[in-house]
Design a protein around this ligand. Structure first.
Ligand SMILES: C[S@@+](CC[C@H](N)C(=O)[O-])C[C@H]1O[C@@H](n2cnc3c(N)ncnc32)[C@H](O)[C@@H]1O
Length: 184
C-alpha cells in the first residue's frame, strides 16, 4: 500500500487508525533495535496497519520464530494477507483476543510485543485491558514496546510494568517516542 492510500484510510478511519501517516523505516528500525529480536520464538504485533513494521520484523526475526499480527481494518488486512511468509499469522481481530490466537496455534509464552495501537483514540478501559493482557502473556524478561506520539500515557505503563524506558525518533511524521517495558 502506498503512502497516499494509507493517508486516505487514516482520514476515513481516524478514530481507529489514529494517524494519517504510517511509521517511518527509521522508527521501525529503532523499535526493533531496542528489542532482543534475535532470541525471540514468539512475537506479537498489535495494530499492524499496512505491514510497514511487520515486514521489517519478519526480515530480522529468527527462521523458527512465529509472528502474530493483529489488525482490525479490512483494507489493511488485505495488504497484510499479501505478505508471503509462513512464519506470519494474521489475526484479523482486536488486540484484546491475544490469548485465543496463542491457544489456537499452540503457542505458550510471548517473547516480544510490538504495539503501534493508537491508545489516544482507544477507550481507556480497553487500552488498560490490552496492556494487561500483553503483560500476562509475556515470558519472564519478555519485552513490550509501544510507539507513541507523546508521553501522556507513560504513567499507565509504569503502573502496569513498573519501569519504563523511553527512546525518541525525530525522523517520523510526527516525531515519535518508543516506550519499552520488561516483564520482571
Ligand atoms: C497508528 S496505526 C499503526 C500502523 C502501523 N503499525 C505503523 O506503524 O505504521 C494503528 C493501527 O492499529 C489498528 N487498530 C486499532 N485498534 C485496534 C485493535 N483494537 N486491535 C488491533 N488493531 C487495532 C488500526 O486499524 C491501525 O491500523
Amino acid at each position: 500500500m502506498n503512502r497516499f492510500k494509507f493517508f486516505k484510510e487514516g482520514i476515513r478511519n481516524l478514530k481507529t487508525v489514529g494517524t494519517v501517516t504510517r511509521s517511518s523505516r527509521y522508527l521501525c528500525d529503532k523499535v526493533i533495535n531496542h528489542s532482543k529480536i534475535h532470541q525471540a520464538r514468539v512475537i506479537i504485533e498489535l495494530g499492524a496497519g499496512d505491514g510497514v513494521l511487520t515486514k521489517r520484523i519478519l526480515k530480522r526475526m529468527p527462521d523458527d520464530c512465529k509472528l502474530i499480527a493483529f489488525e482490525i481494518n479490512d483494507m489493511f488486512i488485505d495488504t497484510l494477507e499479501a505478505i508471503d511468509d509462513p512464519r506470519l499469522i494474521i489475526a484479523a481481530d482486536s488486540a484484546e483476543n491475544i490469548q485465543k490466537y496463542l491457544d489456537d496455534h499452540n503457542l505458550d509464552q510471548v517473547d516480544i510485543v510490538y504495539s503501534a495501537l493508537p491508545f489516544s483514540v482507544i477507550p481507556k478501559e480497553v487500552a488498560n485491558s490490552i496492556i494487561n493482557i500483553s503483560k500476562s502473556v509475556l515470558a519472564p524478561e519478555g519485552e513490550y514496546l509501544q510507539i507513541h506520539y507523546s508521553l501522556i500515557a507513560k504513567k499507565l505503563y509504569e503502573k502496569i510494568f513498573g519501569k519504563v524506558e523511553v527512546f525518541f525518533q525525530p525522523i517520523n511524521i510526527p516525531p515519535a517516542f518508543i516506550l519499552k517495558c520488561v516483564k520482571e
